[in-house]
Design a protein around this ligand. Structure first.
Ligand code: ADP
Ligand code: SF4
Length: 683
């Protein structure tokens, strides 16, 4: 037992046998997307390595395509199509092995869901149905196509073994090809691969048998599978299938079809939410079971093991927010765990085809290109009083900058105007469903509390004079932003004169408790969560609210964070009237004047109070005033530089602190560079 560990947590550190391999502990990073995949193998390997270093006993890849007929472009999936991919994926496996962890790979065929935008291969499916991303259908697989698929899958499994993976998945979930065969809604075939539940499962059984036969002596065979059909039915047939699979499978990674629950934001879904739905599987299969639940509490993890719900604690987001979560439990440093806040900013970026990042962990995705490590920063050599840094503003950016500078050994004064540090977190974590966002503030304040060289001065609104009077030669401004009252935003880049009216309240004023007469009109021109949570707040207070969105859905960007639909459904249930594809063009004596975004046609609706959620004004007054001041360095970070998401403010604070005391190092780029063209040089 490592020093400091509470022996109660010992079960989390017991090795477990998975067929021919042994996981060193119960911390299991399930396959999760990264936005890196086949395109950024160095970036990917470095990121996965940090998880293994942090103590995750198993580290898996993301969905890994077996063949060009499964191409998810523009999203950078992983691939094992050829020898080049073997080399790239082997880089990840090696990196994971360096720390004694097992490496897993999730072999994947997207079936009708892969539009094959890049490869231009026809998509394949049990039947010819539309794909998700393009207005064309897939090819119904005939027997020869199925035989070919089995060959591709087997070949990919052999390549996975060659790349030195220890666990190889047959991926039967998340509406991809095998799930399309399993599901009675998508599979209406009348041959031996359709019809009865047994027939629909034939392809999965064959692929599992093929994989076992090809590599089962060396690699554990895992399957990721849902416990019901897509519509939530078919549980008995699934139970029978799981039991039939049990002799052939070494590890069951089980989940449910509702992705907005499995991958739910903390606004709608709590920790361990799958438990009641997957708890029966372990007894059914008699093989090791893993499942997820955004586990960040060691107590919950332990309880899952003790009660026999799972054998391994599955995690994607908790391992992103804190790659060193297992180590911190092992060393008895529970208060150091940087808990995921359930915002899904990680997933949102993968869903936009770029590398993941994290609100809580600013180093996520930056391990290779910036060389950032989540637990280590370099000390500033011989930091002395003259290097003292004044950070103004204790929101996410200021807190992160102060913490990271403090860890680098720099003396820091952190001045905050409000009595309570936290900035926007204080306002927003009080909104419906967002309480967990408070972890951004609380974790940083707690960590700062351990640093004798960082002093916090609350209730200290700083003027330029005050800043200079501190004697700090370096000033970092993290003064945030305020929501605009004048309607400027995407729909109206210019201020809207009629919004200069006592009927207008800003989001900041409403969050501070101000209320106006009803009916309320809330204008969502920003597209993220703010308008929807404020609507939920006001509707919950019994106010009559009309939510007007300039996009086709309210909070449309939340489609990336997987909570747009739940959000809109909640507002509908609360009786909110929703008007989409309209902008609020003006306040008129009778109310708010709306304009259709397509035709420009106007209509007026009653409005006692207008709440425009359009854009924010950087609080950069100090920045302007301190220009030309006698300082060694002055910089602005976070929202006062460019108002954005909390993740960006944390990142900017971290970046500034890492760069302190020297030039910002260049950011490495991972790309193909062509060889010099000899013929052209001769010409
Ligand atoms: P960010 O997301 O960039 O961290 P926030 O708006 O969350 O920005 O936080 C900015 C913080 O800066 C707020 O807590 C605010 O009270 C504080 N602040 C703004 N101006 C001053 C000032 N002149 N002196 C001290 N604190 C300030
Ligand atoms: Fe958790 Fe948000 Fe980080 Fe994703 S981005 S791991 S949801 S804190």
């Amino acid at each position: 037992m490592a020093e400091g560990r509470d022996p109660r947590f010992d079960p989390l550190f017991q090795p477990i046998r998975l067929g021919p391999v042994t996981a060193p502990n119960r911390f299991y990073q399930v396959p999760h997307c990264t936005g890196m995949g086949h395109a950024l193998p160095h970036t990917l390997a470095a990121m996965r390595e940090v998880k293994a270093e942090g103590g995750w006993g198993v580290v898996n890849s993301e969905y890994c395509s077996i063949h060009p007929t499964s191409d998810d472009a523009p999203f950078p999936f992983a691939a094992l199509w050829d020898a080049g991919d073997v080399r790239n994926m082997a880089r990840m496996a090696q990196a994971v092995h360096r720390h004694g962890a097992l490496a897993g790979v999730e072999l994947w065929h997207g079936g009708q869901r892969s539009s094959n935008l890049h490869s231009r291969a026809p998509s394949l499916g049990p039947e010819s149905l539309p794909g998700h991303y393009a207005p064309w259908q897939c090819q119904r697989m005939d027997r020869e196509d199925i035989r070919a698929l089995r060959r591709w899958h087997r070949a990919a499994a052999l390549r996975a073994r060659e790349a030195d993976f220890d666990i190889v998945y047959v991926y039967a979930g998340h509406t991809y090809l095998i799930a399309q065969f399993l599901d009675p809604a998508t599979n209406r075939r009348d041959d031996e691969y359709g019809g009865s539940a047994e027939n629909r499962a034939r392809l999965l059984m064959e692929l599992v048998e093929d994989t076992r036969e090809a590599i089962g002596d060396r690699c554990a065979i895992a399957t990721r599978i849902e416990v019901t059909d897509e519509d939530g039915g078919g549980r008995e047939a699934r139970d029978a299938l799981l039991a039939r699979l049990a002799p052939l499978v070494d590890l069951f990674d089980v989940t449910i079809p509702d992705y907005s629950q499995e991958m739910g934001t903390s606004r709608f879904v709590r920790e361990a939410s799958l438990e009641s739905e997957i708890a029966h599987v372990r007894a059914l299969v008699g093989k090791p079971v893993v499942s997820v639940g955004r586990f960040t509490s060691p107590e919950t993890m332990l309880s899952q093991l003790r009660r026999g719900i799972v054998d391994l604690i599955g995690a994607a987001r908790p391992s992103i927010a804190d790659p060193f979560l297992p180590t911190k439990i092992r060393e008895g440093r529970l208060d150091d765990i940087r808990e995921c806040i359930g915002c899904n900013i990680c997933y949102a970026h993968d869903a936009m085809g770029v590398p993941i990042r994290c609100t809580q962990n600013p180093t996520m995705g930056e391990e290779w290109r910036r060389g950032w490590h989540p637990e280590r920063v370099s000390r500033v050599p011989r930091a002395r009083a003259r290097d003292k840094v004044l950070v103004v503003g204790a929101g996410p950016a200021g807190l992160e900058a102060a913490l990271t500078l403090g860890r680098r050994g720099v003396p820091v004064l952190l001045a905050e105007a409000e009595a309570r540090p936290g900035g926007r977190i204080n306002r927003e974590a009080a909104l419906p469903g967002l309480a967990e966002w408070g972890r951004v503030r609380d974790w940083r304040l707690h960590q700062i509390g351990k640093l004798p060289n960082v002093e916090i001065f609350p209730a200290s609104r700083m003027t330029a004079q005050d800043c200079l009077a501190t004697g700090a030669r370096h000033v970092i401004l993290a003064t945030g932003s305020r929501w605009r009252r004048d309607g400027r935003g995407l729909s109206s880049p210019a201020p809207i004169p009629s919004f200069d009216d006592p009927r207008v309240l800003t989001p900041d004023e409403v969050m501070a408790g101000r209320r106006g007469p009803g009916p309320w009109v809330i204008f969502d021109d920003e597209g993220y969560y703010m308008a929807t949570v404020l609507t939920e707040l006001l509707a919950g207070e019994g106010q009559g609210v009309t939510l007007v969105a300039s996009a086709g859905r309210v909070g449309h960007w939340m489609e990336h964070t997987v909570d747009q639909e739940r959000s809109q459904a909640r507002l509908i249930d609360l009786g909110v009237e929703i008007v989409v594809n309209h902008r609020v063009e003006a306040l008129v004596p009778e109310g708010a004047r709306l304009a259709c975004v397509f035709t420009g046609r106007n209509r007026d609706i009653a409005c006692g109070t207008l709440l425009p959620v359009t854009s924010r004004q950087p609080e950069d007054g100090l920045w302007q005033e301190l220009q030309g001041a006698d300082l060694a360095s002055l910089q602005r970070i976070g929202d006062c530089r460019a108002p954005g998401i909390i993740a960006q403010a944390v990142f900017d604070g971290h970046r500034a602190a890492r760069a302190f005391g020297g030039a910002e190092p260049p950011v490495r780029r991972e790309r193909v560079v062509v060889r010099p063209d000899r013929a052209a040089r001769r010409a």
